[in-house]
Design a protein around this ligand. Structure first.
Ligand code: IFM
Length: 482
């Protein structure tokens, strides 16, 4: 990838002008199955943990579910046309495991495979590269009934599923992503409980970390064995860009970094768990679930590391005096912790604003810092921003148009950050905006809108927002619009 050569006018607030991205840089957008597809009980799809969780009273805002979502399952062709209009070079979507193997293991549902096969063909016909994620959180419920990610047998089932998908789509998919944000699956799903399956078990959360890592490694091998094309392989992580607070700030950052970041990057890219992570969590688990050969299986070469970034977090050591604020940006739930072994040690403190509608602080410098830091830690690992974007409370004008200057500005500043990282030698291959469509935002239901395309959840009508038009110009020209 060539270095950036454009004549840039820099700005202290990441609103540079004159930025041109290098030839071949991928401009894409991303979605996930449960968040957009709907058709939850159609064509043989089985239930997932998110069907169960969203139908449990009190778990999701307003009792919202993904039963209909954006109805993408039926509207996929017009959604692909929308992507063409936006000039996308790639589309990152996820495959609903319960559409493919409704029981979690065993019988394969051909109708599910056919749906994604049509989607991939439709993308290729339009010149859009398919970037397929195997797991964006919709675990088949029968597997959770057997223990979910806290038990090793789920990795066997995931390998079986990866093999099925490699055989079905491995001739056409451009990039395989095994997992999206295993941090959320493990810690929010099994520790903090704000995500499905809603468990509050710190030891299970750490077992889930390992089993997700192992599932990734086994899936990469299965996909390689079965894909007849020349796909690339990847995993997407949501990194915590941490700032220290108070006297214990450095120690707090070390602990949070071990749990949130290095618990994944080190086994995946170095073949080992960090010693300090094992020490910090010793009161919770002895890590006996790590078996001989696991780390070798996890440490598979990948072509690209997916980076999801939204905001920074500030963390200190809790002095016991103040009410603890676990302000880590996720819907809080009673009795759980996303920080096994550090629940009574870490204190997340409020970030300086401005904020998005999620309450997340807007900090483009964090993205530049993250990309540079990853490329220093893992110098030979190409990177891809697989998610970045923002929720705001959009206002629809009487003529139906949506002017969303805050989202547009957020994107503009984060693309500037990415461009600066390129200028500092980071091997960044592309950028996927989250999200193509307003969609089901997990515990927040339909209350938070991340789309560059508005979805009216009564009529399901799509309207490209101003940010979408701005992004289309960037995707088509490679130059950051003013
Ligand atoms: O909507 C989610 C997505 O599913 C995973 N990454 C973060 C997004 C915004 O919360």
């Amino acid at each position: 990838m060539s270095r950036v050569t454009s004549a840039v006018v820099g700005s202290a607030d990441y609103r540079d002008s004159g930025l041109v991205f290098p030839p071949g840089f991928t401009f894409g957008s991303a979605t996930a199955s449960y968040q957009i597809e709907g058709a939850a009980a159609e064509d043989g799809r089985g239930p997932s943990i998110w069907d169960t969780f969203s139908k449990t009273p009190g778990k999701v805002w307003n009792g919202d579910t993904g039963d209909v979502a954006c109805d993408h399952y039926h509207r996929w062709e017009s959604d692909l046309d929308l992507m063409t209009d936006l000039g996308l070079g790639a589309y990152r979507f996820s495959i609903a495991w319960p559409r493919i193997v409704p029981g979690g293991r065993g019988d394969v549902n051909q109708a599910g495979i056919d749906f994604y096969s049509r989607l991939v063909d439709g993308l290729l016909e339009r010149g859009i590269r398919p970037v397929a994620t195997l797991y964006h959180w919709d675990l088949p419920q029968p597997l959770e009934d057997e223990g979910g990610w806290a038990v090793r047998s789920t990795t066997d089932a995931f390998e079986e599923y990866a093999r099925i998908m490699g055989e079905a789509l491995g001739d056409r998919v451009h990039t395989w992503t095994t997992l999206n944000e295993p941090w959320c699956s493990a810690y929010l799903g099994y520790g903090q409980g704000g995500h499905a399956p809603g468990r509050h078990e710190p030891a299970a959360a750490l077992a889930a970390v390992h089993h997700l890592n192992l599932a990734h490694g086994r899936a990469v091998q299965a996909l390689r064995e079965t894909s007849t094309g020349t796909p690339q392989y990847s995993i997407t992580l949501n990194f915590h860009v941490l700032r220290g607070h108070g006297d214990g700030g450095a120690e707090a950052v070390r602990r949070a970094d071990a749990l949130a970041n290095r618990a994944f990057t080190h086994p995946l890219l170095k073949g080992q768990y960090p010693a300090d992570l094992l020490e910090d969590t010793a009161s919770v688990t002895d890590w006996a679930f790590v078996q001989d050969g696991d780390l070798r299986a996890i440490n598979q070469p990948i072509d690209v590391l997916g980076v999801n970034y939204y905001s920074t977090a500030t963390v200190g050591l809790w002095d016991g005096a103040s009410a603890k604020q676990m302000n880590d940006g996720h819907k809080p739930t009673a009795g759980g912790t996303a920080w096994p072994g550090s629940a009574d040690v870490l204190e997340f403190v409020a970030q300086p604003g401005p904020y998005t509608a999620m309450g997340w602080n807007i900090a483009p410098e964090g993205l530049e810092e993250l990309l540079v830091s990853l490329s220093e830690q893992f110098p030979h690992q190409p990177l891809m921003v697989t998610e970045n974007g923002a929720a705001f409370d959009d206002v629809v004008a009487p003529d139906g148009s949506v002017s969303d200057p805050e989202r547009l500005d957020y994107l503009r500043r984060h693309f500037t950050a990415a461009h600066r990282a390129l200028g500092r030698g980071v091997d960044l291959r592309g950028y996927f905006v989250w999200s193509l469509l307003d969609n089901f935002e997990w515990g927040f239901g339909y209350a938070k809108r991340f789309g560059i395309v508005r979805v009216d959840f009564d009529t399901l009508e799509r309207t490209v927002k101003d940010s979408g038009r701005w992004y289309a110009e960037l995707a088509k020209t490679g130059a950051l619009p003013a």
